[in-house]
Design a protein around this ligand. Structure first.
Ligand code: SF4
Length: 385
């Protein structure tokens, strides 16, 4: 069993993109080379400052933004500095997020060399769909052909641990198109699929269009119907659902994601990156100039924008909402050992929800019944009511 006091995960945020997608509310920006260079220098300084958190790491996740939009020189500089702080050959899972159009015939050898040199063993590709109309609607800057080619290039170079992010739930989505997306992903060897429903987040292009009445939201019933069809289809093709939106072939579950859902501690660097260490959740500023300037002046503590010291109630609540996202749920004995509380006594409503066939206890785990997992938020509200 893993030590709950150790920090096994590190998240690194690269906020740069070549292009802004219509649905995106992540911390991202289009920047010039000078800004990118200054950011990477600051990131390296932050990594050095926090290096004492890295001694037990088992997972690194470089996400964004679009990490693959950085030049090879800047990436090499970042990775080389990380390799001086962390024994990368000991890292169990090292994920790198990439956009399909950044992986092509001209640079695949460079990518593979870089991945091998720094022990990057998992790629997460932001594909979202293989349907060109949908990609245009989402304002992605790749098309079906480019996405398939990126998957094939990785596969042909024996890079097998590939996740593909997909989106459903656009108003105009038809299940036949969702089915085609899944079939293409499977045919082109992905081992992990993160399938998210589209959320119209404020301050996005799609949200503005929605507010102006130019696009509609998908009806909730239809969305949940599609969701269960996705789960059924992927399960038939040996993609085991292990979390509400995540599916993998055997042996390809994301360790990094599981750290979060198991409420384990992790470190994070970069703008807007959130860490969870010693029961404190901290989030860095999302303002890149503040970040660069403060780090230049060695004012590391001031880059933190938000800091929450969790109470015991908070910790247990978070363990509940994160743990019930997993299909296997929460192991009740481990919960008791870790938090010194009996979950069924702590939240008495759980017993009623078990009677109502919404929750169940299976093999010592409390979990949401498979056909209700889509309703996790509503179920949590009932538990804490
Ligand atoms: S979805 Fe990804 S590629 Fe698109 S703007 Fe957001 S971070 Fe950048």
């Amino acid at each position: 069993m893993e030590d709950i006091n150790k920090i096994y995960g590190l998240y690194i945020h690269i906020p740069f993109c070549d292009h802004i997608c219509a649905y995106c509310d992540f911390t991202k920006m289009i920047a010039n080379d000078d800004k990118k260079e200054k950011y990477i220098s600051s990131l390296i300084k932050e990594a050095k400052y926090k290096a004492n958190n890295f001694k037990d790491l088992k997972s690194i996740y470089i996400g964004g933004g679009t990490p693959s939009s950085l030049s090879f020189d800047l990436l090499e500089r970042l990775l080389n500095e990380l390799s001086k702080l962390i024994n990368l050959s000991n890292i169990q899972e090292f994920t790198f997020e990439a956009n399909p159009n950044d992986i092509n015939d001209d640079n695949i050898d460079n990518w593979i060399d870089l991945f091998n040199k720094y022990h990057i063993n998992r790629i997460s590709l932001g594909i979202q769909s293989f349907n060109n109309k949908k990609l245009i609607f989402l304002r992605r800057n790749h098309n079906k052909k480019i996405a398939i080619h990126a998957l094939d290039l990785l596969h042909n170079h024996h890079f097998n641990n590939v996740n593909c992010d997909l989106i459903y739930g656009l108003y105009q989505d038809k299940y036949i198109n969702i089915l085609k997306d899944m079939k293409i992903a499977i045919k082109h060897h992905v081992k992990h699929i993160s399938y998210y429903s589209l959320i119209l987040e404020e301050k996005t292009i799609l949200y503005d269009l929605f507010k102006k009445g130019q696009i509609l939201e998908m009806d909730g019933d239809k969305e949940s119907k599609y969701y269960y069809k996705i789960v059924k289809f992927l399960s038939k093709h040996h993609f085991n659902q292990y979390e509400i939106s995540n599916f993998s072939k055997d042996g390809y579950q994301s360790y990094h994601n599981l750290l979060t859902w198991n409420n384990m501690h992790y470190a994070a660097i970069g703008i807007s990156a959130s860490s969870y260490i010693d029961n404190i959740r901290s989030t860095n500023t999302n303002k890149i100039n503040d970040y660069i300037n403060l780090i230049n002046e060695n004012r590391f503590d001031e880059i933190i924008k938000e800091k929450n010291v969790l109470s015991k109630d908070d910790i247990i609540y978070e363990a509940l909402i994160l743990g019930l996202r997993k299909k296997e749920g929460i192991n009740l004995n481990e919960f008791k050992e870790r938090y010194n509380e009996d979950l069924l006594v702590y939240y008495k409503n759980i017993n009623n929800l078990i009677k109502d066939n919404i929750l169940e206890i299976k093999d010592g785990n409390l979990r949401i019944l498979c056909d209700k997992i889509y309703l996790e938020n509503a179920i949590i509200n009932k538990i804490i009511d």
